[in-house]
Ligand binder design. Structure first.
Ligand code: DGP
Length: 140
């Protein structure tokens, strides 16, 4: 059995749409879906109807925020052309959070890890927003 979050059923055209797009995927197993649904706590810095931003549990910099879409998308490889606006909204949320956190002017890094080889451990796309210390290149 799988269930879809109420906002998803409401905003995306109902169960048929969810079934076509998610098949048998059990979103109740996704930690970031649970954060988006308010089922588990997170230090949320920004949210709107499409995206939210919260502090990373295991920060790698003085500021380390994750920006996620409310809708479950497992990896960047699963993005569809119709998701372009959503990904744009994630970037706008990152910009807002960077300003709120006071790192916009000094600079910050945004990162999407895609799949295990790149270090993705949570399979719900997220943009890392890192700042508050010098960032080196190339990344590890
Ligand atoms: P990645 O390795 O790119 O998939 O990044 C996943 C990040 O998610 C990692 O930096 C730790 C963070 N994280 C994992 N579980 C939780 C959680 O329950 N709450 C929060 N706030 N962050 C989490």
């Amino acid at each position: 059995m799988w269930t879809a979050a109420p906002w998803l059923m409401h905003s995306s055209g109902g169960a048929r749409w969810v079934e076509q797009n998610y098949g048998e995927y059990d979103m109740t197993d996704c930690i970031f879906c649970k954060i988006a649904a308010g089922e588990i706590p997170a230090d949320i810095l920004y949210e709107n109807e499409d995206v939210l931003a919260f502090r990373d549990l295991n920060p790698q910099a003085p500021t380390h925020v994750l920006v996620i879409p409310r809708r479950h998308i497992s990896t960047l490889n699963d993005l569809q052309p119709e998701d372009a606006e959503l990904v744009g909204k994630m970037s706008l949320a990152a910009k807002t959070v960077a300003r709120q956190e006071g790192i916009a002017e000094e600079g910050y890094r945004t990162v999407f890890n895609c799949n295990a080889g790149a270090g993705q451990t949570v399979f719900h796309i997220h943009m890392h927003v890192l700042g508050g210390r010098p960032m080196h290149w190339p990344p590890g």
